[in-house]
Design a protein around this ligand. Structure first.
Ligand code: 13P
Length: 261
């Protein structure tokens, strides 16, 4: 069987209360347990991570964090370290999200965050994506630079714990996702840029996710026609039953039960 699809839910600054977070995490975990071809990662806000982690081993379900400090420990007010997250039961971190880039994160800062996460044994969902698309195709060079610079300090032995998420900034929080044909082009490009930085074998192995206005209607179509390994989902990941429908649609790909738009 080919490797499983990966669906990552980025809850952003939602929901409002820990009780709501518990419900979303529990529902996501229960659905994940019934999936055959799909792995689910829920990324709650830091404050809700302990309430979202299950005490029992959950099938196809892991917890991720939305960020991580670029420092190991010490006098860094407000920061949360990679080892702390690991000790809570976190397995993944998101780094380089465009909302953090907009708040001041540079490729250099992202590279430090990624370095600390990998050192602590976590897997990293490294986000890249252009703000705008121009006729000239300048977004290709832009994304290639983001990949090269934000992964600058990733050593060969830790490369396999990097997952790339292509999220065109203009498609985040929008009405429509990018067209699957364009997603296909970009997923190939992102893999090629990774191969250029880390060698052809690494390029073949790296998983690429698409993010930006994914919902239960378009999810399976994006994976099938966009030829990505999974999805990074914002709004729909805290919207039940939308997220459970999305997971079922992805898991149904190739079985004749996939829901496409
Ligand atoms: P939406 O799915 O809400 O567009 O958000 C995408 C995103 O930024 C996920 O990281």
């Amino acid at each position: 069987m080919p490797s499983k699809y990966l669906v990552v839910g980025n809850w952003k600054m939602h929901p409002a209360t820990v009780d709501e977070a518990k419900v979303i995490a529990k529902k996501s975990r229960l659905i994940a347990g019934k999936l055959v071809r799909t792995e689910v990662v829920a990324c709650p806000p830091f404050a809700f991570i302990p309430a979202s982690v299950s005490r029992t081993q959950a099938e196809n379900f892991s917890i991720g964090a939305q960020s991580v400090s670029g420092d190991e420990g010490g006098a860094h007010t407000g920061e949360v370290g990679a080892a702390m997250l690991k000790s809570l039961g976190v397995s993944y971190v998101i780094a380089g999200h465009s909302e953090q880039r907009a708040a001041g994160d540079t490729d250099e800062m992202i590279s430090r965050r990624i370095g600390r996460a990998l050192d602590a044994g976590l897997s990293v969902i490294a986000c890249v994506g252009e703000k705008v698309r121009e006729e000239s195709g300048s977004h290709f060079a832009f994304i290639k630079e983001q990949i090269k610079n934000s992964l600058a300090n990733v050593s060969e032995d830790k490369r396999s714990r990097i997952i790339l998420a292509y999220e065109p900034v203009w498609a985040i929080g929008a009405q429509d996702a990018m067209a699957p044909e364009q997603i296909y082009e970009m997923s190939l490009f992102v893999k090629k840029a990774f191969a250029d930085a880390f060698g052809p074998e690494a390029g073949l192995k790296v998983k690429v996710l698409y993010g930006g206005s994914v919902n239960f209607r378009n999810a399976a179509d994006i994976i099938v026609r966009g030829k990505v390994d999974g999805l990074l989902v914002g709004r729909e990941s805290v919207n039940m039953p939308g997220f459970s429908e999305l997971l079922k649609a992805v898991d149904g790909i190739g079985t004749g039960q996939a829901q496409t738009a």
